[in-house]
Design a binder for this molecule. Structure first.
Ligand SMILES: NC(=O)c1ccc[n+]([C@@H]2O[C@H](COP(=O)([O-])OP(=O)(O)OC[C@H]3O[C@@H](n4cnc5c(N)ncnc54)[C@H](O)[C@@H]3O)[C@@H](O)[C@H]2O)c1
Ligand SMILES: O=C(O)C(=O)C[C@@H](O)[C@H](O)[C@H](O)COP(=O)(O)O
Ligand SMILES: [Zn+2]
Length: 346
């Protein structure tokens, strides 16, 4: 059976139909403290009887310890293999909940209801699930497509502006790797002023889905979707260790887009004028993340654990012109650090 994907105001009634047709043995809803408060009241009327668990909000809780809470809750309520777990939240809830569902009793079905822009265009689709471990992003996880993804842009009404902006980074990324015309359109976009996100979400998800369909388990072309993340994850991971300096995933990716575009110029793959365009679009939406030159080596060191690497080789995704990503481009730690120094200098 093909997995369901519904994007638009019809998503919640579609989820209700999906649950009716699937007739799970028991129904479970996982939320975090913010989505339990702001999103669950919109969802609950569409669901039959269910259990609900609220976990703490934030990247610092995307851990195996939180998975333990979810697995214990499913166990206490006698979830069997015919249960359905609905994940209501941003990328933290959808990554962690998807991982718990994929591993509990070796797998129960999961329905994803992404509630941040970032999760609606990216984290909620494509089946990458997991948690952070030993300071490394998504270090433990599995590929497991959810049985259904129901994207209601109405949830964005309560999302704080900084979270909306964070999601915008992944929209820029999708355009940069796969759609030059979409990137050109982003030039004039003011994320805070968008009245209806539905067409933008649909287009961004379509770009991601085309790539995932080619390579669901990231043996090759899916690595394009990791553009900006070799440096972005390194920066995000490093700053997570620095109390009070944490940044959102999308904010780190935005910096990574600039760093990896600069590396593309160094390789002769991207004209300098196109790097300037990337900087203009990213710079219009995102402030600069601050770090000092002395920190660049410590930040770059995180790239050693990047999942695209093979042996000692750090494999980065770069751009061969706007709208054309290229994967498996070997780079050195010194180049990662140099790209961070470039970012610092602009
Ligand atoms: N699996 C993937 O393909 C994939 C893709 C991109 C990012 N990610 C992961 O996603 C995570 C980031 O996701 P995120 O940016 O959604 O962060 P998040 O899940 O932490 O959500 C951001 C904040 O917004 C709150 N929130 C969520 N929806 C809300 C709503 N509608 N109204 C009010 N508050 C709301 C949350 O409680 C949280 O405080 C990272 O861990 C990243 O690694 C995964
Ligand atoms: O779907 C993908 O593939 C991505 O790489 C999307 C990224 O935006 C996302 O942040 C993903 O979780 C990164 O994966 P990782 O394998 O580098 O942990
Ligand atoms: Zn990402």
């Amino acid at each position: 059976m093909k997995n369901s994907l519904v994007i638009g105001p019809e998503a919640l009634p579609a989820l209700a139909d999906f649950v009716r047709q699937r007739a799970p043995s028991r129904l479970f809803v996982l939320a975090d403290t913010n989505t339990a408060r702001d999103c669950y009241p919109l969802l609950a009327p569409h669901l039959p009887a269910h259990e609900q668990l609220t976990i703490a909000a934030g990247e610092e809780y995307k851990t195996l310890a939180t998975c333990g809470q979810v697995w214990a809750w499913l166990t206490q309520h006698q979830a069997d293999r015919h249960a359905l777990l609905v994940c209501l939240g941003g990328g933290v809830v959808t990554d962690l909940g998807g991982f718990c569902a994929a591993t509990y009793k070796r797998g129960v079905a999961c329905a994803v209801l992404p509630t941040t822009l970032l999760a609606q265009v990216d984290a909620g689709v494509g089946g990458k699930t997991g948690v952070d471990f030993e300071g490394f992003k998504n270090h433990i996880g599995v590929f497991q497509e959810p049985a259904g993804v129901f994207i209601d842009p109405g949830f964005l009404a309560t999302l704080p502006p900084a979270e909306l902006r964070s999601g915008y980074a992944e929209i820029i990324k999708h355009a940069l790797i796969a759609d030059a015309a979409a990137f050109a359109d982003l030039g004039g976009l003011d994320a805070a002023a968008v009245a209806d996100w539905t067409p933008i979400i649909r287009h961004s998800v379509a770009l991601k889905e085309q790539i995932v369909a080619l390579d669901p388990h990231e043996a090759g072309p899916r690595k394009l979707l990791n553009f900006g993340h070799t440096v972005g994850h390194a920066l995000e991971s490093y700053l997570l260790t620095q109390a009070g300096r944490e940044v959102r995933h999308g904010e780190a990716v935005a910096a990574g887009l600039i760093c990896e575009s600069w590396l593309s110029v160094q390789r002769g793959l991207l004209p300098a004028a196109e790097l300037a365009e990337v900087q203009e679009v990213v710079g219009a939406a995102f402030g600069k993340i601050s770090f000092i030159t002395l920190e660049t080596e410590a930040i770059a060191a995180y790239a050693v654990q990047d999942k695209k690497n093979r042996g000692d080789v750090i494999n980065c995704t770069l751009l061969r012109g706007l709208g054309h990503g290229v994967f498996d481009q070997p780079i050195t730690l010194a180049e990662v650090a140099a790209s961070l120094q470039y970012y610092n200098s602009i």
